[in-house]
Design a protein around this ligand. Structure first.
Ligand code: ADP
Ligand code: G6P
Length: 525
């Protein structure tokens, strides 16, 4: 994405310093970058959350609060691509404890079925509390009276509860982009009650999949003794709605890219550059252990070895987007994947042809669309995934109904894209069968499968997803809520206690001194 100038905020809302819609996500839609000449710029942030929210926020005059991707002071609020961005500062310790630690080495693996061992660390938990409070305070400052505040993802699960304490007038929604785990997994978390209370501070909590919604309701009852009602959860005199809102993509934009002559000609060029093989299989993932890259490589290699696919006429393009590179588990995964790719190429390559093309890079959306058009088979085989937008992008981009999608049963997208070759990625035989079946499907079978999926996406695009969530949140009558409990004059509630260095625990449980020194200053904001 091209750099944009640092413009001042001009909208009437922003002049007043208050917004009717405020989105909070760990990341802003753009990351701060520096080129070789030392010039600063902005680049689109990685991942499905940003892809989905970016077009939504461009249409609505709201504010987006998030991190700009580097440790250190935050830039002043600015407008980028018509979105009002409010950067949050994270120190190097915050990045290590809140982002790399508690968010991505504890919660991420735990919520993804524990496919890697979650690590629990008290100092990370304190950072997580401190940074969540910082986000909540930023939202409390910029939200207009009665505004809708939409909090996103696992990094910010304490924010709804904190924000309700700071601003009881707001309607607060929370959406989790990743799976919400079953009781027995969630209960491993040392902060389990605190996180559930944080989430229950929202008026509406949304999940990708019905299973997540069920897990949340069960946990609210079992862990906190909340009452489960027909519409949601009653907790401490408030009604909290919990429901399923499968996220989607900007289908119109993806179709536009798919029919763009420049993108089509680039797709043809990619096939030529790959040596015009009979079959191009594509996989596009952040280089994350949840994405099942190793199982996929193993299945592909076995197919080549026993001539289920012809090594001379088949290419796998594995795009592995760099991600979370400071975290041990991600570094170890990268080493394993790169070793495996070299091994497969060493054993099956010929002069001038390679069975695996491995690209550890980010691309712009047009190049990605060209790759989708160039691929006969799209292999989306995560071990666990909240949704997986890549699968939806592939289907939407291919306007002529050709192509074949192999999709893991453990991706949220499998609940909707039922006509794909659905597969258990842990079952090597099934994975090989699905890849070969997709590779040899004729055009009739491809269309029979792709058409209903494209039709489904046309009706369920990202606009429908956002409208579904925000309309539901907007319908929640502020007056129908039981008023917040009275607090002593001057008190800012239990979360403010965190800011003074104490962690909130249910009455009767040990109180732990927090080590996060910077929070005291925050409380005085
Ligand atoms: P996750 O959110 O876990 O990364 P998703 O599949 O839901 O997984 O979303 C990934 C998003 O990142 C998609 O919108 C996809 O288009 C985008 N993306 C994937 N690979 C690249 C790449 N190499 N360069 C830029 N964007 C990419
Ligand atoms: C997933 C998460 C997002 C996250 C993205 C990229 O999509 O749900 O919240 O932003 O991965 O990960 P990163 O750690 O680079 O933000």
């Amino acid at each position: 994405m091209a750099s944009a100038p640092h413009t001042g905020i001009s909208a009437r809302q922003a002049e007043a310093g208050r917004y009717d819609l405020v989105v909070l996500a760990n990341r802003l839609p753009v990351d701060r970058t520096t080129d070789e000449a030392g010039r600063p710029g902005w680049r689109q942030s990685p991942g499905g959350l940003v892809t989905a929210l970016h077009p939504i926020m461009k249409q609505r005059a709201g504010a987006w609060i998030g991190w700009h991707g580097l440790p250190g002071p935050a830039p002043s609020p600015f407008v980028h691509d018509d979105i009002h961005l409010h950067p949050i500062a994270l120190t190097a310790d915050d990045v290590e404890g809140y982002y790399e630690g508690q968010s991505n080495a504890t919660i991420w693996p735990l919520y993804h079925d524990g496919v890697e061992q979650p690590v629990f660390d008290r100092a990370w938990q304190d950072r997580y509390r401190a940074v969540n409070l910082r986000f909540a305070q930023a939202a409390a400052r910029v939200a207009a009276p009665g505004a809708l505040v939409w909090v996103h993802d696992y990094h910010l699960q304490l924010v709804p509860g904190m924000l309700r304490e700071l601003r009881p007038d707001l309607r607060i929604g929370f959406f989790l982009h990743i799976p919400f785990p079953p009781v027995e997994l969630f209960c491993q978390m040392p902060m389990r009650e605190e996180i559930m209370r944080g989430l229950l501070g929202a008026d509406l909590v949304g999940f990708q999949h019905a299973q997540g919604t069920r897990n949340f309701r069960t946990l609210a009852a079992e862990l906190l003794g909340a009452e489960i009602t027909d519409t949601g959860i009653r907790y401490q005199g408030r009604d909290v709605a919990a429901d399923t809102f499968p996220i989607s993509i900007d289908v119109a934009e993806q179709q536009r890219l798919g029919s763009d002559p420049a993108v089509r000609s680039r797709a043809a060029q990619i096939r030529r550059e790959l040596g015009d093989p009979r079959t191009v299989i594509l996989a596009v993932d952040r280089l994350d252990y949840t994405k099942g890259i190793e199982c996929r490589l193993r299945a592909y290699e076995e197919l080549l070895s026993r001539q289920g696919l012809d090594p001379a006429d088949t290419v796998l393009v594995q795009v592995a987007v760099p991600t979370r590179q400071q975290i041990d588990q991600y570094q170890a995964l990268r080493e394993r994947v790169e070793r495996e790719v070299s091994r497969i190429n060493g054993e099956h390559a010929g002069i001038g042809r390679m069975p695996v093309h491995y690209l550890h890079q980010s691309f712009d959306r047009a190049e990605l669309a060209a790759l989708y058009l160039a691929a006969d088979v799209m292999a989306v085989t995560p071990l666990r995934d909240g949704m997986n937008l890549v699968a939806k992008e592939y289907v939407a981009t291919r306007a002529d109904g050709t192509g074949a999608l192999v999709l893991s049963e453990f991706a949220g997208a499998a609940a909707e894209l039922r006509q794909a070759w659905l597969v258990n990625p842990h079952d090597l035989d099934a994975l090989e069968e699905a890849l070969a079946g997709a590779a040899f499907a004729d055009a009739d079978e491809q269309r029979r499968r792709m058409e209903p999926m494209r039709e489904h996406l046309r009706r369920h695009d990202v606009n429908a997803w956002a409208a579904g969530f925000l309309n539901r949140l907007g319908r929640i009558a502020v007056g129908s809520r039981t008023p917040a409990p009275q607090r002593a004059a001057g008190s800012r509630g239990r979360w403010a206690e965190h800011a003074r260095g104490w962690s909130a625990r249910p009455a009767g449980r040990p109180v732990v001194r927090s080590s996060s020194g910077d929070t005291a200053a925050l409380a005085r904001d």
